[in-house]
Write a protein that binds this ligand. Structure first.
Ligand code: FES
Length: 108
């Protein structure tokens, strides 16, 4: 069973989840990583679940098109959208001190 570590506000919140777990779905039913994970839409649209993967990112699948659209250049920093990830390996992440998204292009 994957072990998850959420680094938040100087603390590490750890828990185990079943294989093939989506952390946002679990948080939505008030199971760990609730209440430590920020999320909103659960559909790869709002970016609220953006997380910096600190360890275990090498086991994740390549970013899907929603992650590419929302995260853009920040994918190179190791950022992922938790709502788009089904976890099968140990993972450590944080949502603290993230680089903000680039402002949308305003040229017409
Ligand atoms: S919760 Fe909205 S993009 Fe993940």
């Amino acid at each position: 069973m994957p072990k998850i570590a959420i680094h938040k506000d100087g603390h590490i919140h750890e828990g185990e989840v079943k294989d093939n777990t989506n952390l946002v779905v679990r948080a939505g039913i008030k199971q760990f990583p609730f209440p430590h994970l920020k999320y909103r839409c659960g559909m790869g649209q709002c970016g609220t679940c953006t997380s910096h993967i600190l360890a275990g990112g090498e086991h994740l699948p390549p970013p899907n098109w929603k992650e590419q659209k929302i995260l853009g250049e920040r994918l190179k920093l190791g950022y992922r959208l938790c709502c788009q990830l089904w976890i099968n390996q140990d993972l450590a992440l944080t949502q603290d001190n993230l680089v903000p998204a680039a402002p949308p292009c305003t040229s017409s």
